[in-house]
Write a protein that binds this ligand. Structure first.
Ligand SMILES: Cc1ncc(C[n+]2csc(CCOP(=O)(O)OP(=O)(O)O)c2C)c(N)n1
Length: 393
């Protein structure tokens, strides 16, 4: 397990069987050095194919992801970019792999969910050099990315393939270092897509409403080289993609597991790890309800994250709603409460109309019909089955 954690630079679960808790351990146990060296011939062949493919490409592009952070290969990435003049993009998970003001940085590639100019550049490339990329749904724009293996070099801690050739036993680090030993032609670049430059935020009209767009524009001018942005899942993460990260590895987001409730606790770890950075936490009201209490830990350790809760009023109301629901279940059995819960349908439609001017469309009405029909079916079925003998069931 520990070896896997070190080898792949990923979290692992350690489960200790109860009867092993007091068993004597093995002091200074060293894991066997398995799989640590690359197969020299395989590495050489892979590098030769990579060199030929990159040199003959018309428009190569580098796609850098999280394993560049995890294996500490940022310097190698920058060196490769410098020597070859090949522009690069990052994924959401790899955001801030290097400072986002690099002149050859195009932005975040996330299929149809990202900027169109970046998408076109990457998808029209005849050689996408994918370095440490996790090909997952969220990371690649919820199934909208289109990366053709026939035009890719794909290397991670687990696998290396170039076009349709797979090279066994080549370590990610060795391949990355090997790339720097190759002879690449330095290319002259035409026009490349660039992120919109950061503007100083100006309040045009004091009366203009706060919008998500303006909030993120404002945050962009607030962020400095000593800010670490920690985003939770939802609007917080997707909005934060356009934030300009000044230094490397100063953006943290759960773009792999998409786990809600990440940002507030992660900010504690981030600031503990690097006390020079002040976390800017972006979190939705839902995720904040799960983890807002962690701010007590931040306060206890004297940390000073700036926390922005998106849609906090909704959070407050839904928190109160949940609380009242719990109170209700303490006072009466669920079967008694069920009819009252159904009245929510009427209340919500009425409130929706009065507050937002919403009239339920046919989808909403169809959904309501499904919910009511399911409830009636359950009622009918329970009556047919009769009371259960064992109430615990
Ligand atoms: C631990 C966990 N539970 C549930 C989900 C499913 N999920 C993804 S986004 C989301 C809602 C998040 O709400 P909020 O934090 O308010 O952010 P918003 O989407 O409104 O921006 C849920 C429930 C999840 N990703 N992780």
């Amino acid at each position: 397990m520990l070896h896997a954690a070190l080898r792949f630079k990923r979290p692992v679960y350690l489960e200790l069987p109860r009867d092993q808790v007091s068993a004597p351990g093995i002091p200074h146990y060293q894991t066997p050095r398995i799989h640590e060296r690359s197969d020299a011939k395989s590495l050489r062949a892979a590098l030769a194919e990579a060199e030929e493919m990159i040199n003959s490409a018309r428009q190569p592009v580098i796609l850098a992801d999280v394993e560049i952070h995890r294996f500490g290969l940022q310097a190698q990435l920058l060196e490769l970019v410098k020597r070859t003049n090949i522009p690069f993009v990052a994924t959401v998970l790899g955001k801030s792999v290097v400072g986002e003001q690099h002149p050859l940085y195009l932005g975040i590639y996330e299929g149809a969910m990202g900027r169109d100019d970046v998408r076109k550049y990457v998808e029209q490339s005849d050689c996408v050099i994918m370095l440490g990329v996790f090909m997952t749904d969220i990371n690649l724009g919820v199934y909208t990315a289109s990366l053709d293996p026939a035009r890719s070099i794909y290397t991670t801690s687990e696998k290396l393939s170039i076009r349709y050739h797979t090279y066994e036993d080549v370590r990610f680090k060795d391949f990355m270092r090997g790339l720097l030993s190759l002879r690449f032609r330095r290319r002259t670049l035409g026009r490349i897509p660039r992120p919109t430059p950061i503007k100083t935020f100006q309040i045009k009209n004091k009366e203009s409403p706060v919008t998500v767009k303006r909030l993120f524009e404002r945050l962009n001018s607030y962020i400095s080289a000593s800010t670490v942005v920690v985003a939770d899942i939802g609007d917080a993460l997707f909005g934060a993609i356009d934030l300009f990260i000044r230094q490397r590895t100063e953006f943290l987001g759960p773009a792999y597991y998409a786990s809600m409730g990440f940002a507030v606790p992660a900010s504690i770890g981030a600031q503990m790890a690097n006390p020079k950075l002040r976390p800017l936490v972006l979190v939705g009201d839902g995720a904040f309800q799960m983890t807002g209490m962690e701010l007590a830990t931040s306060a206890r350790y004297g940390l000073n994250p700036v926390v922005i809760v998106l849609m906090c009023i909704m959070g407050l109301f839904s928190g109160m709603g949940h609380y009242l629901l719990i109170r209700g279940h303490r006072l009466a059995p669920a079967s008694v409460l069920a009819p009252f819960i159904y009245t929510e349908i009427v209340w919500m439609i009425a409130l929706g109309y009065m507050v937002f001017g919403d009239v339920p469309n046919h989808w909403t009405l169809a959904g309501v019909a499904v919910v009511i029909a399911s409830g009636l079916y359950l009622l009918y079925r329970e009556r047919m089955v009769g009371p259960r003998r064992n109430p615990v069931d």
